[in-house]
Design a protein around this ligand. Structure first.
Ligand SMILES: Cc1cc2nc3c(=O)[nH]c(=O)nc-3n(C[C@H](O)[C@H](O)[C@H](O)COP(=O)(O)O)c2cc1C
Length: 170
């Protein structure tokens, strides 16, 4: 069914809001790797350390992630938009390019990602047409010298790291 006017207003509004670009991965009991691109990644709690990623219930990866015990969030770097596109493409082998390797907790990780978070599945919560994957962070790997990719206005952009910040939060 095509989106109605209210849904179009909502998606138009949310497209204006910058978000991170992550590739969320897991591996099932048969050793098959699964992954999808998401901009719905959010930090949820510090104690315990929890993050969320929302996954469309119609996605081909939905069953694999909602039954997984562990998953990994790979926060993509500014020069990894090709990886973002591939992990959002239906009907292709998203792992064929070989840019993921087995990393923390045996999960498929992207070595050049800005941040990798290996998570144990804490809960899966209903979120309308999406399922909210809540992960408890077990391992954090952080790169300090790479800028994260940003998705805004339906485009991938690089943060203007050399421009002075408007204001510091602290
Ligand atoms: C920048 C970007 C962000 C996305 N964010 C999400 C997201 O947060 N949650 C989600 O379920 N799908 C998201 N998608 C779509 C998925 O990556 C994927 O295309 C969709 O799940 C269809 O995949 P399927 O062929 O496995 O069904 C996003 C796609 C792009 C390009």
């Amino acid at each position: 069914m095509p989106p109605n006017a209210r849904e179009l207003d909502f998606t138009r509004a949310m497209a204006r809001v910058p978000g991170p670009v992550v590739v969320t991965t897991t591996v099932d009991a048969a050793g098959r790797r699964w992954g999808f691109t998401a901009s719905s990644f959010v930090s949820l709690s510090l104690a315990p350390p929890l993050v969320t990623v929302s996954l469309d219930k119609k996605a081909s990866t939905h069953a694999a992630f909602t039954t997984a015990d562990f998953f990994m969030v790979n926060v993509l770097a500014h020069d990894q938009s090709d990886i973002a596109r591939r992990f959002a493409t239906s009907g292709v082998d998203r792992f064929a390019a070989g840019d993921t390797v087995t990393l923390e907790r045996g999960l498929p990780g992207i070595p050049e990602a800005v941040v990798r978070l290996a998570c144990r599945m804490h809960d899966v919560v209903d979120g309308g047409d999406h399922s909210i994957l809540i992960g408890r962070v077990l391992d954090c790997v952080t790169s300090v010298d790479r800028e994260a990719l940003v998705y805004v206005d339906r485009a991938f952009v690089r943060p203007a790291g050399s421009v002075p910040a408007v204001a510091r939060a602290h």
